[in-house]
Design a protein around this ligand. Structure first.
Ligand SMILES: [Zn+2]
Ligand SMILES: [Zn+2]
Length: 59
């Protein structure tokens, strides 16, 4: 098993494209755009603020 970023929403298990929209809190809880809207930008696990996850550009 290799450690890697799992691009799956913790709330609804929606697959999140690495270059798509995703939202994380400071503890790296990860959510999709729809859950971000439903949660009103607050992480339900740690009550931290959710922010847009930067997209990674591989070159
Ligand atoms: Zn979700
Ligand atoms: Zn969190």
């Amino acid at each position: 098993m290799t450690l890697e970023m799992r691009p799956v929403c913790e709330r609804c298990n929606t697959l999140l494209a690495l270059d798509g929209k995703a939202f994380i809190c400071s503890y790296e809880c990860t959510f999709c755009e729809q859950c971000f809207a439903e949660l009103e930008g607050i992480c339900p696990n740690c009550r931290g603020e959710l922010v847009r996850r930067p997209t990674r550009v591989t070159s």
